[in-house]
Design a binder for this molecule. Sequence first.
Ligand code: NAD
Ligand code: ZN
Length: 396
Amino acid sequence: MAVPPDCDSIDCAFQVPFVHRLRFTNDVLGADRDVLADLLEQSGEKPARVQFWLDEHILKAQPDIRERLTALVETYPERLQLAGNVQIVPGGEAVKNDIHIVERMLKVFNAHDLDRRSYVVVVGGGAVLDAVGFAAAIAHRGIRLVRLPTTVLAQDDSGVGVKNSVNLFDKKNWVGTFAVPWGVVNDAALLTTLPDRDFRCGFSEAVKVSLLKSPQVFDDLCRLAPRIAERDMQAAMPIIKASAKMHLDHITKGGDPFEALEARPLDFGHWSAHKLEVLSNFELRHGEAVAIGVAVDCVYSSLQHGLPEEDARRVLQCLDALGLSLDHPALHEPVDLFAGLEEFRQHLGGRLTVTMLRGIGDAIDVHEIDEVAMCEAIATVAEFVQSPGEEVVSRG
Ligand SMILES: NC(=O)c1ccc[n+]([C@@H]2O[C@H](COP(=O)([O-])OP(=O)(O)OC[C@H]3O[C@@H](n4cnc5c(N)ncnc54)[C@H](O)[C@@H]3O)[C@@H](O)[C@H]2O)c1
Ligand SMILES: [Zn+2]
């Protein structure tokens, strides 16, 4: 249709270049401190201004960390300058459940005159990274954010992500932004005080992304799983690194960093995981719920989409060897779980799009779920828990 002469219509596609900086260190606050210092570029002649934000549980577990952070900046007086004391925030979901904490963060940024070339360096689990990252993203429309993730999940998955958020109206991640962090440093020493449960469950995201992207990394995971469960860092760190790189590649090269399209491949196994977290009253950790969700969708993929049965069995055995429980009472009430599918669709908008596997490293998007087959998949995972050595797929 012709545009009336007094109306204009201009569609102008444009691109904005971003740089995503990811570093791996063994002891970022000690021998490897140059790595962090080098990330904090000076602004002209003046030293870079740095404000630290710290997860309270890290401080409890590593009591000298506050002094070590301060000492790091003081080692480079010409290049770096502290902007106020190290700030402590609640750890875990508590930091995301009180919007007033975000307001407090903004007040502290303002009190120390942080500007768009200042650095907010946040040290903590995924929840603290999300909340501090959100405040940094909205202050001055974006202060430079450097993340030092302290959980496996945050190092192998969310730390390289471009999302920040807190919870509002009793809904998870309801308010947030997409913002590319200035830099991310995955440091092995920061993980040493993580409880076993949190250490192990972060690897479910590595299993997930390897199933989507890399049969080789999945093979490595199967081989190294018993050592990872024992917290052998020589086995764990290469997997964390491979997983973080695959997540980073997806964001930087996958063509949809800000999730405008209907498909969300990195959410493989997550439709049921999100629901399981809610049904368990958040007693299940995100990583634990993802392990169950990935197990269910792998068995379903073998029933409906051609994933070899043997591969589905290997996934369940790998998760089991990582020390992840695949059992939960909600698995025996699949109807409640199915509500998760509709919630998943609602969150994304548009039609239902769920990622499944035709093979390892061969993901597809599907728009319908066969409830009978899904019930069978859920029952199969529940049976596997009783006897992990048995066949997993038993379509009669
Ligand atoms: N932005 C994203 O893309 C994205 C993706 C996935 C998950 N998330 C969010 O991440 C959060 C979960 O993050 P998480 O799994 O890292 O857990 P978490 O941040 O809840 O941390 C788990 C617990 O361990 C403590 N802790 C963290 N590191 C520690 C250490 N080294 N030593 C001792 N204690 C330590 C924390 O204070 C907390 O109590 C959720 O809020 C989830 O919504 C965000
Ligand atoms: Zn996840």
